[in-house]
Write a protein that binds this ligand. Structure first.
Ligand code: 2P0
Length: 345
């Protein structure tokens, strides 16, 4: 066959129990298992075309032809699939990122999950969703979890084949997430370098690994019991512990800005004064994400916008797992991107 095509959409996810540190950098094997919530508001659509006529891989992101460095990352990832089935055609990969720049969530999670599903579809590779998540992992750890919707666990596993994600719960029980976009600047310390430095130098790192395992077991209980307060408290504590490991790295660093701390204080204030259920978490950047009740999201947004008038507040509900798109849906996606996001350059 000269040409084969796959198109897929994957949503981003926010870890409630964080992935922070690799035990094998080549295979992207994590030091600890993690658990996330997939979000419906942010996603990546990706089309992959393999063709015998192509003489090299190309990568077009948001309408912009990418440079060699970006193409290399994609090529290495495509190689995993090409080697798996003995494929030798090059590919053109085109992606549209439906993530508001201000959200600072332009995460690799939705990108590699969408690319994994689109590639497996194009090459007609028959893999279970869980097995596909272990392929996605080799592009970026957090993308493992974006193959599924709702609450998702990434089991650290014992080797490359069993380090994969599985769905835990659809999160269809009054769950929401509010993103406080405090800063859209690119992060100063990439998560990959940040986690490596932390593993190598933080004297608190061992405690992180040990307690992350306890937090994971406890949060799975909270989800099974649909105990929102317990879920929220564990989320907030685990996130803070992750950030404590960066402060104790050598040299020390932090993803927080002064604005992050202001946003955190506002969340605490609203929780204490209005009694709304709101628990925060942060990733490798300054934005604050607030786990809340979907039914209280409007009220929470109102209260927070009074305290933080200069920050954009973006609402999200739990999202679905990755899915295939038709050519028609891809065309619609292009039109929507042009209307809502706009091409760069
Ligand atoms: C997470 N983060 O669990 C954690 C919490 C950031 C903080 O996964 O090196 O882009 O590509 O595997 O997945 C961000 O790191 O890192 C991340 P790589 P990734 O969501």
């Amino acid at each position: 066959m000269t040409q084969s095509v796959g198109i897929a959409r994957a949503h981003t996810n926010i870890a409630l129990i964080k992935y922070w540190g690799k035990r094998d950098k080549e295979l992207f094997l994590p030091m600890n298992s993690s658990l996330s919530l997939t979000l419906d508001a942010f996603y990546t659509d990706t089309k992959v075309v393999f063709d015998t006529a192509f003489t090299e891989d190309r990568f077009i992101l948001n309408g912009l032809e990418q440079d060699e460095k970006e193409i290399r990352k994609i090529s290495r990832f495509l190689d995993l699939f090409r080697e798996y089935i003995g494929e030798d055609r090059f590919a053109v990969v085109e992606s549209l990122n439906f993530v508001p720049t201000a959200a600072g969530l332009a995460s690799s999670a939705s990108a590699f999950a969408a690319l994994a599903l689109a590639t497996a579809t194009a090459l007609n590779i028959d893999l279970s969703r869980q097995a596909l998540s272990s392929f996605a992992r080799r592009g970026s750890g957090s993308s493992t979890r974006s193959l599924f919707g709702g609450f998702v666990e990434w089991d650290m596993g014992t080797c490359s084949e069993d380090s994969l994600a599985r769905p835990i719960d659809e999160a269809d029980w009054d769950i929401g997430m509010l993103v406080i976009a405090v800063d859209k600047a690119k992060k100063k310390v990439a998560s990959r370098e940040g986690m490596d430095l932390t593993v190598a130098t933080s004297p608190f790192y061992q405690a992180w690994v040990e307690t992350a395992a306890q937090d994971l077991a406890a949060i799975k209980e909270a989800i099974a019991e649909r105990d929102f307060e317990k879920l929220g408290r564990l989320t907030e504590h685990n996130g803070m512990k992750m950030h404590a490991t960066t402060l104790s790295a050598n040299p020390p660093f932090t993803y927080w800005s002064a604005a992050s701390v202001r946003a955190q204080e506002a969340v605490r204030q609203v929780r204490e004064e209005s009694g709304l259920a709101a628990y925060m978490t942060m990733d490798a950047g300054p934005n604050v994400k607030v786990l809340c009740r979907a039914s209280q999201m409007e009220e929470l947004k109102r209260e927070l916008s009074v305290l933080l008038p200069e920050f954009q507040l973006i609402e999200s509900l739990p999202g679905q797992g990755a899915s295939q798109l038709t050519e028609e849906e891809w065309q619609q996606s292009h039109s929507r991107f042009q209307k809502e996001v706009g091409y760069e350059g």
